[in-house]
Design a protein around this ligand. Structure first.
Ligand SMILES: Nc1ncnc2c1ncn2[C@@H]1O[C@H](COP(=O)(O)OP(=O)(O)OP(=O)(O)O)[C@@H](O)[C@H]1O
Length: 243
């Protein structure tokens, strides 16, 4: 979708001057960020910059002590469906199929629809051959695929992904990237935390760069990689920035 069309749609979520303090330390420092209704927004920045906390703010799991978070322009529920996939997915003591069926039940999918929806998610994640295996026995890449299709089963409007391919090999990474691309093409707005500039180039429409709890650059992905708008982002891409 063109940059112009993306900008025409109201943001699905927005942080305005959000501040998060813990133990006297400012972790998120007056952060303002709009998540477009469509496309992939990559959130980049050094370790400890506040990327995961920003995802939690966007998920409504953390409330800002100052400033505001809103979804579809409203600060209170009903919110659009938001799904958050953590850096290390938590797997239940269930089979792969059991994991998905259980998730569909918690999403309120009627019992009679669950088996077909589960099969569709297994196909999407290329997990059919592993369906009866305990989820905790899966490899890291397989668990990430399962976590991602489990989240997609909720049919979220906003999908928040925290380094979904950290420590995966190139093939597993490609499989996850395909799932992310498919979700975005189907109309889900995606916020992707990544340390991998190659991945951001491949997937992102926009990039927001975070440093010490503040956004220092927020640009179309092409522009960000051609001419990052902040000194911190330039230093990060050159491998020179530490928090
Ligand atoms: N509940 C908390 N209490 C105190 N400090 C916290 C809490 N949660 C996060 N922090 C601190 O806030 C800062 C930002 O953490 P966050 O996990 O958002 O960083 P990040 O950008 O995602 O880093 P990484 O790239 O290493 O995952 C870190 O210094 C972290 O130690």
């Amino acid at each position: 979708m063109s940059e112009r069309r993306l900008a025409d749609l109201a943001p699905v979520a927005r942080l305005s001057g959000a501040r998060v303090l813990r133990g006297g330390e400012t972790l998120i420092d007056g952060l303002t960020l709009s998540v477009p209704a469509r496309g992939v927004l990559a959130l980049m920045g050094p370790n400890g910059a506040g990327k995961s906390l920003t995802l939690r703010l966007l998920a409504g799991l953390v409330r800002p002590q100052a400033g505001q978070a809103d979804w579809d322009g409203a600060p209170l529920p009903p919110r659009p469906k938001v799904a958050l996939v953590f850096q290390r997915p938590v797997m239940l003591r269930r089979s792969v199929r059991g994991t998905l069926t259980h998730a569909l039940a918690t999403y309120g999918v009627p019992r009679r629809e669950r088996a077909a929806r589960c099969d569709a998610l297994l196909r999407l994640g290329r997990l059919e051959a592993l369906a009866e295996r305990p989820a905790r026995w899966l490899s890291g890449g397989e668990q990430q695929r399962l976590a991602l299709v489990r989240a997609l089963g909720a049919e979220p409007r906003l999908l928040l992904l925290d380094e979904p391919t950290a420590s995966l090999d190139p093939e597993a990474t490609a499989a996850i990237e395909t799932l992310i691309r498919q979700a975005a093409e189907a109309g889900t707005s995606v916020v992707l935390v990544t340390h991998d500039p190659g991945q951001a180039r491949r997937l992102a429409d926009r990039v927001a760069f975070l440093h010490r709890g503040r956004i220092t650059a927020e640009q179309a992905a092409e522009d960000f990689f051609a001419a990052p708008a902040s000194a911190e982002a330039r230093a990060y891409l050159d491998g020179r920035l530490l928090l």
